[in-house]
Design a binder for this molecule. Structure first.
Ligand SMILES: [Zn+2]
Ligand SMILES: [Zn+2]
Length: 272
């Protein structure tokens, strides 16, 4: 790859291991051209998994200060990983990653981006043990994302497949599952311009391959979405996790370029 950028990067402001500056130093050491920070948006329903409101203001200030400090060495962007039920001020960011990590069930925010046993419990408690109903609920939720915010990048589109290499909560090859996913993507097409190939589950040992699944990538390619590659980084040692594999995956389904954020906006860069 010619250009290394990661726009999905967490720090100690939320659930990451590195400080903002520590992450920048690792990015430089790994040969990145730029790095964008995407702290978890404040979630009143999950304060332990998000930036605090006060922390969010500090985060914005610190990332802006680092952008100046490292000018000429590495480009820095200030973004946000927006969870769709966050009710927060969305101003002051260079870009926004839109995500769904919670299902809203009977007024309760149910977090499924945890461990496989937590997911098994959710399927048992809320979906009568039927994993396919859980998958349907996720994609119906995801389809609502544009009603909550205008976002640039669809984050981990099939997040519920985080455990799909080891657990069989639902059959990802079945037409019914694929229809749920593609119905959601159809609802999002034209409303969110970019998506990410996400490698975060690899560095955390949940998966060996990046996701989304190739059937989703093919749909996104056919429907004009632009691709980004991200490591959903919570530990700077894994900032470049499987970027080259992700480029190969994108090429295998017909993508010829990825999109990179510059000061002037997103630009296409060839994958060759
Ligand atoms: Zn996420
Ligand atoms: Zn993330």
């Amino acid at each position: 790859m010619k250009y290394y950028q990661n726009l999905h990067t967490h720090t100690t402001y939320c659930d990451g291991k590195d400080s903002v500056e520590g992450m920048i130093e690792k990015a430089i050491a790994l040969g990145f051209d730029s790095v964008g920070f995407s702290g978890h948006s404040y979630m009143f329903y999950a304060p332990d998994h998000s930036m605090s409101l006060e922390g969010t203001e500090q985060y914005k200030k610190e990332v802006r200060a680092m952008k100046e400090k490292y000018k000429g060495q590495i480009d820095i962007f200030c973004g946000l990983e927006f969870d769709m039920y966050s009710e927060i001020d969305l101003s002051g960011y260079d870009y926004m990653i839109g995500t769904a990590h919670y299902l809203l069930i009977d007024g309760k925010h149910v977090g499924f981006d945890r461990t496989a046993p937590v997911v098994a419990g959710i399927i048992k408690d809320y979906f009568g043990g039927d994993g396919m109903k859980y998958a349907k609920a996720y994609y119906e939720t995801l389809a609502q994302l544009p009603n909550f915010a205008k976002t640039d990048i669809l984050g981990h589109a099939d997040l519920i497949c985080k455990f799909s290499e080891k657990e069989n909560f639902f059959d990802i090859d079945s037409p019914i599952y694929q229809k749920y996913a593609l119905d959601a993507l159809e609802a999002l097409t034209g409303k969110i311009p970019f998506f990410e190939v996400n490698t975060g589950a690899i560095s955390r040992g949940y998966r060996t391959t990046p996701y989304p699944h190739p059937f989703i990538l093919k749909y996104l390619k056919e429907h004009g979405w632009g691709a980004c590659i991200s490591s959903d980084c919570h530990d700077g040692n894994f900032l470049k996790q499987s970027f080259d594999d992700s480029a190969e995956l994108l090429k295998s389904v017909g993508f010829k370029e990825i999109y990179i954020l510059k000061d002037s906006g997103f630009e296409a860069v060839g994958l060759d």
